[in-house]
Design a protein around this ligand. Structure first.
Ligand code: ASP
Ligand code: MG
Length: 427
């Protein structure tokens, strides 16, 4: 009755943690998956760990070890997604369909060997294909794979999005649907700005900047992967049937907003190296050490406060959770090249505005700085890209900054994007 024909298209449906948090939500997800199957699609569902499971597993590890071994951490963390898949498969079977749950390894997700932050190298989808050909619904545990040295790996926080996109690419899926507890991608976090607007369409370029600057909806790597492989992403609510946000290439967006969204993060830490010898090669040494420790550095500032110009101060931001590994990686370098001191500031935040239209409009940065200045918020660091302006500020001023910028750029609740130039004066 439910056999797949050659004509039927493939859809990947990914359910986030809140969408599988309890028995009721799992049954609801199962029903949605079954409905999609009954409408004639070949369906692969990728599930996240339930609710706060991943956080709880991390806490459990920290109870027994101050710095848990990364390989064992992955063995532990990968269990959360397996639980979700097995439970959902049971619920689907009870709805009269055949479901097959697979771990990342069984699903053919091959990664590199960098535990807790692995990258997908290959997707060997033959087992999934065979199951789909038999008319089965395939459930894949998100966020995990098997490394080239046959160990279980995980893909970093939020990694189930990347599993879903990678499978959609490998299987030539029509769409990769990301089901979540919000209705799509918003012009700001609706918990901070209640009047934030749902964006019907976002370009990959904007979405990359948004994910990189704190929008939690999609893992950054999933957006990169989707852009590189031409996967269409649809972020939508698991609570209702309404359309969410579609992420597409820039040619497919009709209009370019000056500013599309305000994003933020409160998880930043700043590291300052004082008295760094101002010689060629030193910055390379410092950042190679951080790169080897897999620490993602965001903003970097260097200045030369000492008159003779032989020493500089260097500040940069890293995710707060990486501060321990950053310090461990830097200590030998500090010793070796004779850096004066390391200072850490753990309570930094970042606010960013993103919009493809700012490429061709002057004055956006000035407006951002004025809004923050008028609110008495000190800007500690600044970085820009052609379509983004980010400011590092004190962590406790972030919400206020987000609200101020969202209002100043008039991003609230309009159904159509403003095309007029809100700035006065010549371009
Ligand atoms: N469960 C993992 C996390 O919380 C992966 C995911 O949900 O995408 O980061
Ligand atoms: Mg997520």
């Amino acid at each position: 009755m439910f056999s797949t024909t050659e004509m039927s298209t493939t859809v990947v449906m990914k359910f986030g943690g809140t969408s599988v948090a309890d028995a009721e939500r799992i049954k609801h997800a199962a029903a949605r998956i079954v409905a999609k199957r009954e409408s004639g699609h070949r369906v692969i569902a990728v599930l996240s760990a339930r609710g706060k499971t991943t956080d709880e597993l991390i806490a459990m590890a920290e109870e027994v070890s101050p710095a848990p071994h990364p390989r064992e951490m992955d063995m532990l963390l990968s269990t959360g997604e397996r639980i979700s898949c097995a439970l959902c498969a049971m619920a689907i079977n009870d709805l009269g369909h055949q479901a097959l749950s697979l771990t990342g390894s069984q699903a053919g997700i091959v990664t590199d060997t960098s535990h807790t932050k692995a990258r997908i190298l290959d997707v060997r989808a033959d087992r999934i294909m065979a199951a789909l050909d038999e008319g089965k619904i395939v459930l894949v545990a998100g966020f995990q794979g098997v490394s080239t040295s046959r160990d279980v790996t995980t893909l970093g926080r939020g990694g189930s999005d990347t599993t879903a996109v990678a499978l959609a690419a490998a299987l030539g899926a029509e769409v990769c649907e990301i089901y979540t507890d919000v209705a799509g991608v918003f012009s700001a976090d609706p918990r901070i700005v209640p009047s934030a607007r749902k964006l019907p369409v976002v370009s990959f370029e904007e979405m990359l900047e948004m994910s990189a600057s704190g929008a939690g909806v999609l893992q950054l790597r999933s957006v990169e992967y989707a852009r590189n492989h031409g996967v269409r992403i649809h972020c939508r609510s698991s609570y209702d049937d309404g359309p969410g946000t579609v992420v597409v290439s820039e040619q497919d967006t009709l209009e370019q907003a000056l500013v599309t969204a305000v994003t933020h993060s409160t998880g930043e830490a700043r590291i300052t190296l004082l008295g760094v010898p101002d010689e060629p090669g030193i910055a390379g040494r410092i950042f190679s050490a951080l790169a080897e420790a897999n620490v993602n550095v965001d903003m970097i500032i260097q200045n030369e406060p000492i008159a003779d110009g032989r020493r500089a101060d260097m500040s940069f931001t890293v995710p707060r959770e990486d501060i321990r590994s950053a310090r461990a990686a830097l200590e030998p370098v500090v010793e070796e090249v004779g850096i004066g001191a390391i200072a850490m500031d753990e309570d930094m935040g970042k606010v960013s505005i993103i919009g493809a239209g700012m490429r061709s409009h002057p004055g956006v940065a000035a407006k951002v700085f004025n809004v923050l200045g008028d609110a008495g918020i000190n800007i500690e660091m600044i970085s820009t890209s052609p379509i983004k302006i980010s400011c590092v500020i004190s962590g406790d001023r972030v919400a206020e900054a987000v609200r101020g910028l969202h209002e100043a750029f008039e991003l609230s609740g309009k159904e159509t994007i403003l095309l007029e130039d809100p700035f006065e004066g010549p371009r």
